[in-house]
Design a protein around this ligand. Structure first.
Ligand code: ADP
Ligand code: MG
Length: 264
């Protein structure tokens, strides 16, 4: 294994097929706010990629462009291998559940939007609820759930169609640390079960190192990629990794890069 501070000789993702490529992407709001300037990103199948950077560096804008919720002012987003933007699930910081619908009916939403009947996907819904540990709460309403449980429902909803790519925008930022650690562990287990790619926005060094194998460090004004930090520690990762010297060294490397991003 490479020393955490050394530049890896072979990138951890080198043998993964390409999924998505952003080339020369600019996003200008209202003709003057340059949210992104010349963003280049190659996302590969199976990556756990974090976008790490200070507030306002364009992380959410990048995610929204990938999700096709925003159009770039310049540049392109290209999907490889026949994948499309329909092959993704999105999790935002707020769980955004429908308060009038039960947990299962909330998780049903992406199927409903695809015109599928509830009965035809009932088993998929139950299975994903089991994966997030909420099978006993399938008939509960969002108001009966804790913040962490609501976020689990939101993750289940994003994953129920088994998309190739999951986009997550600071999903755990509002949760307490214990719940956040637990959800970090569960997210890694889920990712390996459904075998997807994740792009995860965070401003937490610790979270990005625990979860990711690629950390894209961004700087603000204008929003851009400063550099990439690779975490070549094997998965599964658990509490042993979280308390290891290796983890601490990776956190130092990511933290240095983040400080650099805040000073430029
Ligand atoms: P981050 O998610 O990294 O905090 P954002 O992508 O939300 O950053 O924002 C990047 C920059 O673009 C910020 O300066 C923000 O104020 C600006 N911005 C984001 N969305 C809009 C919008 N809809 N209209 C105008 N400015 C925006
Ligand atoms: Mg944001």
């Amino acid at each position: 294994m490479n020393a955490p501070n050394a530049v890896a000789e072979t990138p951890v993702f080198a043998d993964r097929p390409e999924l998505l490529r952003l080339s020369g992407v600019d996003k200008v709001f209202g003709g003057e706010v340059v949210a992104l300037k010349d963003l280049n990103l190659d996302v590969r199948q199976g990556d756990f990629m974090s976008l790490l950077g200070p507030s306002g560096c364009g992380k959410s804008t990048a995610l929204r462009i990938i999700a096709d919720l925003l159009h770039p002012t310049r540049g392109t987003v290209e999907w490889a291998g026949g994948h499309t933007k329909d092959d993704l699930g999105v999790v935002f910081q707020e769980p955004t559940l429908m308060p009038w619908a039960t947990v299962s009916k909330n998780v049903y939403l992406p199927f409903r939007l695809r015109g599928k009947s509830y009965n035809s996907v009932r088993d998929d819904i139950l299975e994903v609820l089991k994966l997030v540990g909420l099978e006993k709460f399938q008939n509960a309403y969002p108001r009966e759930l804790s913040g962490g449980m609501k976020m689990r429902v939101s993750i289940a909803r994003a994953m129920v169609t088994r998309p190739r790519l999951i986009l997550m925008d600071e999903p755990f930022a509002a949760l307490d640390e214990i719940t956040r650690f637990k959800l970090n562990n569960d997210l890694l287990a889920l990712k390996s079960k459904i075998n997807c790619t994740v792009i995860f926005v965070t401003h937490s060094v610790f979270e990005s190192v625990f979860l990711s194998d690629r950390i894209v460090v961004m700087a603000a004004r204008p929003g851009r990629v400063l550099r990439e930090v690779q975490v070549d520690a094997p998965y599964p990762r658990d509490e042993v990794f979280r308390t290891s010297a290796e983890y601490a060294a990776h956190c130092r490397a990511a933290s240095d890069a983040l400080h650099e991003a805040m000073e430029v």
